[in-house]
Design a protein around this ligand. Structure first.
Ligand SMILES: Nc1ncnc2c1ncn2[C@@H]1O[C@H](COP(=O)(O)OP(=O)(O)O)[C@@H](O)[C@H]1O
Ligand SMILES: [Mg+2]
Length: 331
């Protein structure tokens, strides 16, 4: 098995919530709450979950674009949670991020060549043959080097995202974090960009962390998957475990809503009630309980521990046996 490239230990990120004038008590939004996982080199690790579940916050913490509240981040065994100056610069050459909306992530006043070279310039790479390097980076992502002189508004959505990918690749990163990289693109362009990610991975041995609310994208791309709800990982395992033997009602509900659970009648049994609760006032016990068709009394008061149900397959649900019974996956 390949070595661990990224290790996340008990990562927590709270955003401060301003109370009223008379409310002096410090309140917080727990955007990422005690999250742990590992990613093996050369693989693609997927994170799925509805909007608001904490996926982007997690990505920004891992890329060190946002500080963490507590927990530890290790890259190839080396802690970088609080890395600064030269050490942080080194992290930037090994971890890069591609954002959801390509147009808003590209500076409209910069030419494509300056955009793709930006991370390299930040590293103060000596004797950089800029025209040649920019051209090569554009070719790597399937674009003509002649685009180097253009501005972002002259590009299509797909071309813009390719430029953002070229920028991320410029420093030769080992881990690339992709936060909903195809969500803003048309379906036909989405498939092309996903294929590009696959061919880049084959060629350069890059590791991906791929975030998507779209389970068909996750299923198409990922070796291991973590499902997040309200800041926590509720289930994690291999693609096969999460897609074909899910044990958490939230995982099953996500699969069902994407028609990946095997039929309407079964999918109906996992439909969640209402919407994700406000993070300002999270429910007691298991945060899913007000929406969960499997909730019982204990769910109202106790958050379920993340239990290993098979090697590397972890589930946090008091009633996972009921979920398996309904799905017909009990052995
Ligand atoms: N800068 C911020 N300040 C306060 N709350 C935030 C901020 N960014 C995100 N949040 C809140 O944190 C939670 C997680 O958000 P986010 O990480 O964007 O989730 P996702 O990417 O899964 O949609 C949400 O409740 C969101 O409203
Ligand atoms: Mg997001």
């Amino acid at each position: 098995m390949s070595k661990t490239i990224l290790k996340v230990e008990n990562l927590t990120k709270y955003y401060p919530l301003r109370g009223g004038l008379l409310n002096r008590k410090k309140r917080v939004i727990k955007a990422v709450d005690d999250v742990s996982f590992e990613i093996r080199e050369g693989t693609t690790f997927g994170i799925a979950g509805e909007s608001g579940s904490g996926k982007t916050t997690l990505c920004l913490c891992l890329a060190r674009l946002l500080g963490t509240t507590s927990g530890r981040l290790l890259l190839e065994g080396e802690e970088y949670t609080h890395a600064r100056s030269a050490a942080l610069k080194r992290v930037r050459t090994r971890v890069q991020m591609v954002f959801q909306n390509p147009l808003s992530s590209l500076d409209p006043h910069m030419k494509v060549s300056s955009i793709v070279l930006e991370p390299l310039r930040a590293q103060r790479t000596p004797e950089l043959d800029e025209d040649r390097v920019a051209g090569e980076l554009l070719e790597k992502v399937g674009l003509s080097p002649s685009l180097a002189k253009q501005y972002p508004h002259e590009l299509s959505g797909g071309q813009s995202q390719r430029v953002a990918i070229a920028r991320a690749l410029s420093v030769g990163p080992r881990l690339v974090i992709l936060d909903e990289p195809t969500s803003a693109l048309d379906a036909s362009i989405q498939a092309q960009i996903l294929n590009l990610f696959n061919s880049i991975q084959r060629e350069f041995g890059i590791t991906y962390l791929l975030v998507s609310h779209d389970l068909s994208v996750i299923g198409h791309m990922c070796d291991r998957i973590a499902v997040m709800y309200a800041g926590k990982i509720v289930e994690t395992g291999t693609f096969e475990e999460v897609f074909f033997e899910p044990q958490h009602p939230y995982t099953a509900a996500l699969l069902g809503s994407a028609h990946l659970l095997g039929g309407g009648e079964l999918e109906e049994k996992f439909i969640l009630r209402g919407e994700m609760p406000s993070p300002r006032k999270p429910p007691s016990g298991c945060t899913l309980h007000p929406r969960c068709p499997f909730a019982t009394e204990v769910c109202k008061t106790e958050y379920p521990p993340l239990i290993e149900v098979g090697e590397g397959h972890l589930v946090a649900c008091h009633n996972r046996q009921d979920v398996r019974r309904v799905l017909g996956t009990t052995s």
